[in-house]
Design a protein around this ligand. Sequence first.
Ligand code: BGC
Length: 351
Amino acid sequence: MSISKKLFGTLPGGEDVYLYTITNKNGAQVSIQTLGGGIQSLYMPDRNGAMGDVVLGFDNVSDYQDPDLGYQGLLVGRFANRIRNAQFEIDGEKYNLPANQGSWTLHGGGRFSFSLWEAAVCGENSITVAKFSPDGEDGFPGNFTMRVKYTLTDENVLRLEYFVSCDKKSVANPTNHVYFNLSADPKKTIEGHTLQIDASYFTETDSQQLPTGVLSPVAGTMMDFTCPHKIGDRIDEPFRAVIDGVGYDNNYCLDKKYGEFARAAVLYDEESGRRLAVYTDLPGVQLYCGGWLAGSCGKGKGNSKVSFRRGVALETQFYPDSVHFPDKFPFEYICPGKEFKTVTEFRFTAE
Ligand code: BGC
């Protein structure tokens, strides 16, 4: 095990961004950057032991701040995914948020992901990143801190432990927005990856992808990943909860009980043999296949591209817009004096 730190780049405003790299005994490696506390690269072995970077991203640090490039690998807060009408209430008090997409809030407005986080080495195989957000920032109540401990184990598990605290009753939906391409070759789309999601229901959405409050069965629809099959098999089928031409960008309601730490999804790339199992204690996972990324933005690490369907995000989360369905969806408020904790693991194997 070793941890190193180096300068990653400098933002247009002059701030330096650092990269912390943890390497395990197998040579597997994760690099965490101080911009958005994000996963910048993740090297995992294929079935022959060859290491490859299985996540999308950029060489140029300022590309990470472009919301149209999809929050690559970044941590998201205070509240991931959508909030209808960019407002919500707690105990009769109304809070107005930035409407940074249409009439709704996406990913808390973006500031959390696109700013610098504090980082510190924490033990021989962990890095902790933290972000403070003052009371009222982007409309959210309370002085709020989100801390995330990244650990890379010798078993090729990347563990993300989130710790959230606030001095007022508030809301949080922490996630990481990393896009996987297990082939380690982002010239390939992820349509050939096999996916299984342990969810029999998804959150029904309206024409703007905002939850209606209804949970619908996946059975008999293109949404069904209860048995493993290729992402590309049905991705372009017309379906009421999917935007034409975009493909999957939907929240799945995990079958396990909220709070239970268990498997949520398995992603597999037959060619490389790399398999990723996602475990979480959160109740939902957003399957997003990069369908909003432009066809040819031509950036990306090395000569690669971060473009249409080159990566798949499996964002563990509370269901989108839970703040409007706190009694109907599994949800927990952040309360003063009580730290909120959640864990997600990305477990890699090769076969
Ligand atoms: C959303 C997508 C969005 C992407 C990048 C995902 O969580 O569901 O609609 O394009 O994040 O912002």
